[in-house]
Design a protein around this ligand. Structure first.
Ligand code: ADP
Ligand code: ZN
Ligand code: ZN
Length: 807
């Protein structure tokens, strides 16, 4: 970092305007501010946190306001990360300030004081209250606000004038709990049991207080690092003494590593089998060559990809470089995290979007201090690792790598860009690579490595399709479970083997309808039907969380004949209880799990055999390795096929393949039973045959014929407003700007979005297919400038480059 003395700095702020803002630096900051540091600056009547991009002495044309405060003594974003941020802003057509904010571990406000979250009881109360109490009630307002995410006391006080008293009463009733947020940079403020203390220097020529001398003596006698609580137990006032010694740089206080992924029975590393060995050798050579290269590791479920990742990471570390593993969802794969801890111990840092800000800041610090293996979800790709040598993207086909809010980046693609700049190796792993990735491998952009067989010659599970139309004709019953599936489950019960059942829809029924007039009850905010949740005796919108009691009369025709259509995971569980009263059944979906601990305990209990059957949504399809599961059932393969999305077939193929992959992973062979009314659909049929190649060939032809990605670049422009006239007018105006479409672009729209109304907003969209990325980018920029010129609201225009869902 060049030492300097500058009068001005240019700051990127999290505002929709795509420009830098110049501020003058007060005397005290001139020496200390550097690119990549965060500063607090005045902006209009507000104060904002921004990232400094440049320090200089060029007097601005207009008088510059003065920066108020420097947050970071050291830059939080180094040059590489700043460059990555600029790439993202350009590629995804997103304002730089918002991109940079998204890259940082903490929200833009420096949060101090308390952060409130809902407890489980609070969550239940919120549901009840939202039905029963008046919306103006401060208690309801606080609960509602907290339902979406934890919020700071300061934020609540600012947004909800009467929150203060409500917060206190909610806290007393155990509905919400506060978490103290520690000052960001000073570990000495953490509670004793979360700190470790270690002797740093031998104190020479300094006068120490009695307790301080005793702490030093204790540490001399007991070398290594100790939990501060233990020191406290040994030395009176030891904690305070250690903190002052920390400030005097005689001891060092560090945060206790968090116990995530701990407590798992970890396996000894396997010796790689020959295909794994061959795969690993290629990856190792690339890492050691220090040349950027991307591998697509296409290995069937149970082929032992994890072991290859671990060896590759070891290689990177041995070469003195750091490594990252990106996963779709850490909470869903605690066993994977456990293996990482077992192998790399304290060098592992975990970055997780479900972490609180303070937890995240803690991991961030660990990485900057030299933690060399980062395991993270999509935003983990921004981890401030030094000397990056390897990025592994596990389950590379997974949609959750795409962020569905601004900046709408794809962590998978950003990983590749970051690795390229660092001369690092990328390994994309999956049993069902996305069409795009597999196509890139065919074109030689990625290097394809295949693991076509399961380890130890284990068989792929045998898959049977059950035609539910035939089942209906034979039984004359509209049943959730076919006879074949029930029989197979009972058989597992008798043999002490386990079953996993997938139903890709939570709740009890998919909708509530009237038999007399056919009306389906839909959300007041969204043009979507509500889902009945029996446990709470209410109907829920899965998009905006709106809740309503089940009406006793049809809202349209006053008929009493209200009924429930379709099944959700909750109903599957209930029916199973009725059919198999002895079975011990667990359910895993967003209703049964709220925190990261929940997932782990349900899964852990299932793994340990406390349940016979696990029912769940697609959460259970991901990566779990439970050897005693010999039956996997899919209640309906059809749910996803009807989606208005060109990737519907691909998704169905992926989930069926992934789900099948959960069966027979141990020494016992497994079978898979898939219920469907579309047994001839190629996605269903080819998943049943484990035929990725066949599916790829067929699907790629379709994409080519239709000019869908990877044969075009795609973007979606969405305009939205609470007022329909406004949304329509914006769509029309933008439509004019975009006509006639530039060469190489095909624009479809404006059209109603597939969900025309969502969260109380009307939505119209333009779908763009482009033969040229440059032309596409230019057009998107024009659209954005147009919205700025017309002073559209900050959220009225949404630009989604490489969209993965078109809802
Ligand atoms: P994938 O991610 O490819 O589906 P995993 O990495 O989870 O597969 O491995 C599947 C199982 O095979 C795990 O239980 C793992 O411990 C085991 N395994 C991995 N490599 C070997 C090997 N070389 N020999 C024996 N078992 C192995
Ligand atoms: Zn009716
Ligand atoms: Zn809704």
């Amino acid at each position: 970092m060049p030492e300097g003395y500058y009068h001005y700095c240019d700051v990127s702020l999290p505002v929709p305007l795509d420009q830098l803002f110049t501020y003058s630096l007060p005397e005290t900051l001139r020496h200390r501010v550097a690119p990549g540091c965060r500063v607090i600056v005045p902006f209009g009547p507000r104060r904002l946190t921004g990232v400094v991009l440049r320090c200089h002495d060029d007097p601005p044309q207009m008088e510059a306001r003065e920066a108020l405060r420097l947050i970071d003594a050291q830059p939080v974003l180094d040059d590489n990360l700043l460059a990555l941020g600029k790439w993202i802003a350009a590629y995804y057509c997103a304002p730089l300030g918002e991109v940079l904010r998204g890259m940082l571990p903490l929200a833009s406000e420096i949060r101090k004081g308390k952060i409130y979250s809902l407890t489980d009881a609070g969550r239940d109360a919120a549901r009840q209250l939202l039905l029963d109490a008046a919306a103006e009630d401060p208690v309801v307002q606080v609960l509602r606000a907290l339902e979406s995410r934890p919020l700071s006391a300061a934020y609540l006080a600012k947004k909800l004038p009467l929150a203060d008293k409500a917060v206190r009463s909610l806290e007393k009733r155990g509905f919400i709990f506060p978490e103290q947020i520690e000052e960001e940079r000073d570990p000495a403020r953490a509670p004793s049991d979360r700190l470790r203390v270690e002797l740093l220097a031998f104190p020479a020529n300094v006068k120490l207080a009695k307790a301080e001398r005793e702490v030093v003596a204790f540490l001399e006698l007991h070398p290594g690092s100790h939990n501060l609580k233990d020191v406290e137990a040994a030395v009176k006032n030891g904690s305070a003494a250690a903190r002052s010694l920390h400030r005097a740089k005689i001891v060092v206080l560090k945060r206790e590593p968090m116990a995530i992924g701990g407590g798992y029975a970890t396996r000894a590393p396997h010796a790689l089998n020959p295909p794994q060995q061959e795969a690993f050798a290629k990856i190792r050579d690339a890492i050691l060559s220090r040349q950027f290269e991307t591998f697509l590791l296409h290995g069937v479920t149970g082929s032992g990809k994890t072991e290859v990742y671990l060896c590759a990471i070891e290689t990177a570390l041995a070469a003195g470089r750091s490594a990252m593993l990106l996963v779709p969802e850490i909470a869903l794969t605690p066993a994977m995290a456990g293996q990482f801890f077992a192998r790399f111990g304290d060098r592992v840092a975990i970055l997780h979007s479900a972490f609180s800000d303070s937890e995240r800041a803690e991991q961030w610090r660990k990485i900057r201090a030299g933690g060399a293996v980062v395991v993270g979800t999509r935003s983990g790709v921004f981890a401030p690792v030094r000397n990056l040598g390897l990025i592994v993207v596990d389950e590379e086909h997974d949609q959750s790598y795409k962020q569905e809010e601004t900046p709408r980046y794809n962590g998978h693609d950003v990983a590749i860009v970051r690795a390229k700049a660092a001369g690092a190796t990328v390994v994309l792993g999956s049993a069902t690579p996305s069409l795009e990735s597999r196509y890139n491998a065919e074109r030689g952009k990625y290097t394809l490595i295949e693991l076509p067989d399961r380890v130890e010659a284990r068989q792929m599970p045998q898959v049977e399709l059950i035609d539910m139309r035939v089942e209906f004709l034979e039984t004359r019953k509209q049943a959730t479970f076919s006879r074949r599936l029930l029989e197979a489950i009972s058989f597992r019960l008798e043999n002490g083997e386990q079953t996993m059942l997938l139903l890709n829809r939570r709740g009890f029924s998919s909708s509530v309808a009237c038999r007399a007039c056919g009306e389906r009850v839909s959300c007041v905010n969204c043009s979507l039907t509500l889902t009945y949740h029996r446990r709470d005796r209410r109907m829920l919108c899965h998009y905006c969380n709106y809740a309503e009691k089940v009406p006793s009369l049809c809202p349209k025709c006053q008929s009493e004949h209200i009924y429930f259509l379709g099944v959700g995971s909750e109903k599957v569980e209930e029916e199973l209880h009725r059919e198999l009263p002895k079975a011990r059944i667990a359910r895993l979906d967003r209703d049964t799990v709220s925190g990261k601990r929940h997932y782990e305990s349900i899964l852990q209990n299932f793994r340990e055999g406390h349940y016979d059957i696990l029912v769940g949504t697609q959460m259970i399809a991901k990566g779990h390795d439970i050897p005693n599961v010999t039956l996997v059932g899919v209640i309906s393969a059809d749910i996803g096929l009807g989606m208005p999305d060109f990737r519907a077939a691909e998704r169905t193929f992926q989930i069926l393949t992934q789900m099948s992959g959960r069966a027979g992973r141990g020494t016992l062979p497994g079978i898979v039973l898939i219920q469907t009314i579309n047994p001839d659909h190629y996605a269903v049929r080819l998943a049943g045959l484990h035929d990725y190649q066949g599916f790829y060939q067929r699907e790629i032809e379709f994409r080519k014929a239709m000019r869908y990605p990877p044969f075009s670049a795609m973007a979606n422009i969405l305009v939205r407003s609470e007022k329909q006239e406004v949304a329509l007018r914006m769509a029309a105006d933008l439509g004019q700007l975009l006509t006639p479409p530039p060469e190489k672009l095909k624009i479809m729209g404006p059209a109603e979005a597939p969900v025309p109304r969502l969260k109380n907003e009307y939505r119209y969209q333009f779908l763009i297919k482009a033969a040229s990325r440059v032309a596409l980018n230019e057009l998107l920029r024009r659209a954005r400038d147009f919205a700025l010129e017309r002073k559209w609201g900050a959220t009225a225009l949404v630009i989604d480059v490489d969209p993965v869902t078109l809802m």
